[in-house]
Ligand binder design. Structure first.
Ligand SMILES: C[S@@+](CC[C@H](N)C(=O)[O-])C[C@H]1O[C@@H](n2cnc3c(N)ncnc32)[C@H](O)[C@@H]1O
Length: 262
């Protein structure tokens, strides 16, 4: 009997069969090692996301036995599979892109890891009807037209104890002090590079039409706080570990009506 949490490869797929199926499922964003076959060996960020994971893996509980994990925007499944390797009892990966989900399902099949992958947008996490001990929300925020709504929905519906968050960030890396209130005629703060700023990309950034909003570091931190997440660690430039039970200063998620009834 194989221990699925250890990721023993199933015997029926040889390297050539893996290579052929991985190629058919490509292009890949995640450079996974599937039985010795690399899925994105020429990734522009190097061995991604393994290079990033190595920089903050120490800040994630090593033993996730008995824990439930939700990976939002799971892509090819790298982080979901890593959480299963850490012994999580239940791991669910969601993504809005069926092509990436097919990759993630194949990766789970090859590695023999038991992870559930579902086609679901972050805006629809309410249908999961479940809170997860650990939620990963990595590399998705800046791809959204409504980033703060996504954080509000995560907080309202699925966040349990811990959120692991990552965003691309641009602009100043300094975080200035923000006071409770600024009077109407005070405007200097808006020109400070260390004031929270969310840069809107009307057209493209890095040739990617799905890059919509890029925060500076102060903005990332302010948005997390505003959605009810308490930053407990910042183990890597773009990565934040958060508690999920902070008092929320804002109202939270909104649900615009579509039909006649609000
Ligand atoms: C840059 S990749 C990040 C993948 C992975 N989380 C990581 O950190 O390596 C962004 C992922 O978010 C997914 N995504 C974009 N919009 C989404 C949405 N509204 N709901 C869920 N996933 C979304 C994309 O399909 C893609 O897989």
């Amino acid at each position: 009997m194989t221990d699925s949490s250890k990721g023993d490869p199933p015997h029926h797929l040889g390297p050539e069969a893996i290579r052929r199926r991985a190629e058919a499922l490509g292009p890949w964003f995640h450079n996974l090692d599937l039985g010795g076959v690399r899925t994105a060996p020429d990734h522009f960020l190097g061995d991604y996301p393994a290079v990033k994971w190595r920089r903050f893996a120490h800040a994630v509980p090593r033993d996730l036995s008995g824990k439930s994990v939700l990976d939002i925007g799971c892509n090819g499944g790298f982080y979901a599979l890593e959480m299963k390797r850490r012994g999580a009892a239940r791991v669910v990966g969601i993504d809005s892109d069926p092509g990436y989900l097919a990759q993630a399902r194949f990766a789970a099949e090859v590695t023999g890891l038991d992870v559930e992958f579902r086609a679901l947008s972050v805006y629809d996490v309410g249908v999961l009807q479940e809170r997860f001990d650990l939620v990963l929300f990595m590399g998705v925020l800046y791809h959204l037209r409504h980033p703060l709504l996504a954080l509000d929905l995560i907080h309202e519906h699925v966040a349990g104890d811990m959120l692991i968050f990552q965003s691309m960030q641009r602009g100043s890396r300094r975080v200035g002090a923000v006071v409770e209130n600024y009077e109407f005629w005070e405007t200097a703060q808006f020109d400070r590079p260390d004031y929270p700023k969310l840069h809107f990309v009307e057209h493209r950034y890095a040739h990617d039409p799905t890059n919509w909003w890029v925060p500076n570091r102060a903005c990332t931190e302010a948005m997390l706080r505003s959605a009810g997440f308490e930053i407990t660690a910042h183990p890597e430039e773009e990565v934040y570990i958060c508690g999920c039970n902070a008092a929320r200063p804002a109202d939270g998620a909104v649900y615009p009506a579509r039909g006649k009834h609000a």
